[in-house]
Design a protein around this ligand. Sequence first.
Ligand SMILES: [Zn+2]
Length: 178
Amino acid sequence: MEMGKRHVVCKNAVINWGYHIFRIRCKINPCFVCVIELKGSIMVKKIMRDPLFLAQKSVDATEADKQVITDLLDTLRANLDHCVGMAANMIGVKKNIIVVASGPFQFAMVNPVITKKTGAYQVEEGCLSLDGTRPCTRYQEIEVDYLDQHFKRQHGKYSGWVAQIIQHEVDHCNGVVI
Ligand SMILES: [Zn+2]
């Protein structure tokens, strides 16, 4: 398939084909640049908008769900111009997995549990799974127990914007859309 062509494989998924390009500059003659192109594919899933589905609680993920993490990161990256975080139920998988965009990076949190929250404030939020914005209460600083992408136990402290994204996505895992 050609670069940039979208191929529909089923009603819930498309494969976007692209090229990953690596440039290696020769140390002896810096004008010589070797370009290696590797063809690859990413899975960008359709966004779930069914309120009855999104209202259901997700269950804890296991290492058998690693592909869901990859698909969720791919789908977030495909929507980065208007989305900063996603939960697995937004791609139709009721597992406690969220992904968060922080600056140029995107990271996954598996089975996240917010263990501490301080500094309540009111804010308006939007969501890829619904139209418009809604008011909600968030907390300035939070602490989270979670597993990373490699299923290693982690504990993190977050504040501000990233903390707000995590709270929004953890709500999704609990069947709460804003
Ligand atoms: Zn949302």
